[in-house]
Design a protein around this ligand. Structure first.
Ligand code: SF4
Length: 228
């Protein structure tokens, strides 16, 4: 198990201006830059991972480090895989303790900044894993991402159990409904793979800011029929 933190925080302001439609020279820009400054001062994105060895493969499950994970799609994607990297990444609790619930616009901006810090943690982790373990191309899957039939969110419990006390390790905790706090956190498996797999292709969620691939109706129907 290894924790990654103290990442170099390079904030590409123009990317965020574009995402939030903030006009340069406007009052919004001034206010937003104050938030950005604050986030750069206190933000501490983090990642934790461990090596997960596949001990058994069933029809619709795999056993990794003595813990059972059930999902037909996960099982299929791991057909030629013997080891996964189990991970949790987060924007960090330092950003999560600040809230602008009384100000809708600032709250939205702050959530976007938190999402950006999560991206920093995730990008750094993936690059680190690729370099350290000589992985050419990686695929990632997360419980609860995409549709329920893909990999149910309840399996967060099993994933967290592999790490032990995640809250004391990187400040992320799981709620009774299996959501993570800070909300800008992502958990899952990363593994080496030849084929392209992206959960977004079989996710019907509209207007998702995190979408990385177009929804594929045919693929979705195929997986649906199979029950995952
Ligand atoms: S579209 Fe959004 S919710 Fe659906 S899998 Fe992609 S990132 Fe996740």
């Amino acid at each position: 198990m290894e924790i990654l933190e103290n990442f170099e925080i390079e904030i590409k302001k123009d990317v965020l201006f574009e995402r939030l439609k903030i006009v340069k020279g406007s009052e919004d820009e001034k206010e937003f830059l104050k938030l950005l400054e604050k986030s750069a001062e206190i933000g501490r994105p983090k990642a934790i991972y461990l090596e997960g060895f596949i001990e058994q493969k069933g029809e619709d499950f795999v056993i990794i480090n003595e813990v059972k994970f059930t999902s037909s799609i996960l099982r299929k994607n791991l057909e030629k895989v013997e080891k996964v990297f189990v991970f949790i990444t987060t924007c960090g609790k330092e950003l999560d303790i600040i809230s602008f619930k009384e100000d809708f616009l600032k709250d939205y901006w702050w959530e976007t900044i938190k999402g950006y810090f999560l991206e920093i943690a995730r990008k750094n982790l993936f690059e680190y894993l690729k370099e350290k373990y000589f992985l050419k191309r990686v695929i990632s899957m997360s419980p609860g991402a995409s549709e329920r039939f893909v990999w149910p969110i309840e399996q967060q419990k099993e994933l967290f159990s592999l790490f032990g006390d995640v809250e004391s390790l990187i400040g992320v905790r799981l709620t009774s409904s299996f959501l993570m706090i800070p909300n800008k956190s992502v958990s899952g498996f990363v593994f080496s793979g030849e084929k392209d797999y992206r959960s977004c292709k079989i996710c019907r969620r509209k207007n998702c800011p995190g979408r990385s691939a177009e929804f594929d109706e045919k693929l979705w129907q195929l997986y649906q029929k199979r029950g995952g």
